[in-house]
Design a protein around this ligand. Structure first.
Ligand code: FAD
Ligand code: NAD
Length: 475
């Protein structure tokens, strides 16, 4: 990469951490000719998370919702360096990031990478775009890390599918009335946020619409249970939509266990405490064959350690604190966005996407301001200097704070039904039901997909499923 711009000004080093919604939306809109851009992420692709719950059932293929970082980088006007690595330390005083490449969840080939000797590198930044997202919150509940799957990454979806098929295939060897067979044929999702609801809905569809064609009677034997600690699922949605979801689940025979708080998990059972209508609680044991934990977000260790280094971030327990330009409170060189921050907005793709686009626009303006300041400092002629200063003033005035435009929330609830909380400016409404909302849900998601390739792949996956049904091989 050239270190200087055409006008002789030094390009500032911008390091982007992450390849999710915030980071990629930023990269997509950034004028990469104006900066020395490096993107660092252990995941070398962008993942379109809204369709991740459709992956374990093969409604959508995992490749269809993954876009390689390098392809996205190549579509920007300048040069971008990508490192497949995880940041392990940020030093805000010296403006450096330590990154480490190691054999993580994907196999790289022993010939190139020794698992015991990760490769480290230190990068110097002028600006750090911190968009590492969040991890799954297990609340320290014993057994979850060992026995439950998550639904956060593409490989999680594959693991869920494999566990589901392992359990189904194993159950075939057992007598129909055996308790062990019943256990294996129980799919339990813990956490009734949108992730848990959509996954339970997709799995129930899969059993009722496709698996029963290959395994007669499986729809009667197999149970899908959704466990939620609060009185309702989808708590951020309009009450009408919550009621509708409950109705759909009832008719589809998804066993909804609200007011049921998971306390412990082992290799076979979920142990929970269920609140009864009279306010008392009872201990319940839910045997499972496949278990997915969808309990929400928690901060990554890297985010906590960064917060600990900055006095203004000492109270940042739920995420980094940023100002209205996404700049970290207490640091002038770090900008943070998405699920790693704590703001008035919910941790959603919609928010991270808008923040990323806002920040890119902000950085495009900062580059112009930096150039004008540089040219002004070199200018000897007073009249030209005056001109530069006027333009500088105009650019500075054009900088506006971030403001989030909520466009609503959508969730798939099963049997080709979706719920939608829609907002346009000050107008809002709810939509629930079959064909029309489902069609709207699909159209909205396709329009949100960033790349043309992924849009086409997702549409072709849906067409394939409608013609031939979902695939039932274990992968
Ligand atoms: P992420 O998209 O999680 O990206 C974080 C990135 O940082 C990843 O690339 C990760 O590999 C990388 N990273 C992690 N650690 C490091 C490190 N140490 N160094 C460098 N990089 C690192 N939101 C909606 O608005 N609508 C939806 O329909 C929707 N559906 C969802 C479905 C599922 C199953 C899930 C899990 C989430 C869904 N969300 C949805 C929420 C949405 O995905 C998140 O809010 C969004 O991904 C946040 O974007 P982000 O950039 O902050 O983090
Ligand atoms: P969430 O935080 O929305 O929901 C987690 C659920 O787990 C909560 O309802 C919580 O009460 C429950 N829970 C926590 N501990 C429990 C316990 N011990 N026992 C039983 N239940 C327990 O998490 P999510 O669904 O993963 O969503 C994360 C973020 O991503 C949210 O901001 C969400 O809006 C967004 N998202 C949006 C969509 C969509 O718009 N369609 C889809 C998925 C995720």
């Amino acid at each position: 990469q050239s270190l200087l711009k055409e006008n002789g000004n030094r390009k500032k080093n911008v390091i982007i951490l992450g390849s999710g919604w915030g980071a990629i939306s930023f990269l997509h809109k950034l004028d990469t000719t104006q900066y020395n851009v490096t993107i660092v992420s252990p995941r070398n692709y962008f993942l379109f998370t809204p369709l991740l719950p459709s992956v374990p059932t093969s409604t959508v293929g995992s490749n269809s919702i993954c876009d390689p970082v390098r392809t996205i980088a190549r579509q920007t006007p300048g040069e971008v360096t990508y490192y497949e690595a995880a940041a392990t330390d940020v030093d805000p005083v010296n403006q450096t990031v330590k990154i480490v490449h190691k054999n993580m969840n994907f196999s790289l080939g022993e010939a190139f990478v020794n698992k015991d000797e990760p490769i480290e590198k230190t990068l110097k930044y002028d600006y750090l775009i911190y968009a590492v997202g969040a991890k799954v919150n297990t609340f320290g509940i014993p057994g979850i890390p060992e026995y439950a799957s998550f639904l956060k990454e593409a490989h999680d979806a594959t693991a869920v599918r494999q566990k589901l098929f392992n359990a189904i295939e194993a159950s075939r060897l057992l007598p129909e009335d055996s308790e062990e067979r019943k256990r294996l044929l129980t799919f339990v999702v813990c956490g009734g946020g949108p992730t848990g609801v959509e996954l339970a809905a997709e799995v129930k569809d899969y059993i009722d619409q496709d698996l029963l064609k290959f395994i007669p009677g499986i729809d009667k034997e197999m149970k899908v249970i959704l466990v939620e600690a609060l009185p309702n699922v989808l708590n951020m949605f309009h009450p009408k939509l919550i009621e509708y979801t409950k109705e759909v689940f009832k008719t589809q025979h998804v066993d909804l266990r609200t007011n049921t708080m998971v306390k412990k998990v082992d290799a076979r059972n979920v142990y929970a405490s269920a609140k009864k209508p009279d306010g008392t609680t009872e201990d319940v044991v839910i045997p499972y064959g496949t278990l997915v934990w969808a309990g929400g977000n928690a901060q990554r260790e890297l985010t906590r350690s960064l917060a600990d280094k900055i006095t203004e971030q000492k109270t940042a327990r739920r995420g980094l604190l940023v100002d209205e330009y996404m700049k970290l409170d207490g640091d002038d060189h770090i900008y943070a966005l998405g699920d790693c921050t704590f703001t008035a907005n919910a941790p959603t793709a919609q928010v991270a996407h808008q923040q990323g686009e806002f920040l890119a626009d902000h950085f495009n303006k900062l580059a112009k301001i930096d150039d004008l300041e540089y040219l002004t400092s070199l200018e000897k002629d007073e009249a030209s200097k005056e001109k530069h200063l006027k333009r500088l003033e105009r650019y500075k005035n054009s900088i506006k704070p971030f403001s989030y435009r909520h466009q609503g929330a959508l969730a798939y609830v099963g049997s080709e039904r979706a719920v939608a909380d829609l907002t346009w400016g000050s107008w809002s409404t709810v939509a629930l039901g079959g064909n029309l909302t489902f069609f709207f849900w699909r159209t909205a998601y396709v329009s949100m997909i960033l790349g043309v390739r992924s849009k086409l792949l997702v549409i072709s996956d849906w067409i394939k499923v409608s013609m031939f049904g979902r695939d039932c091989s274990k992968d």
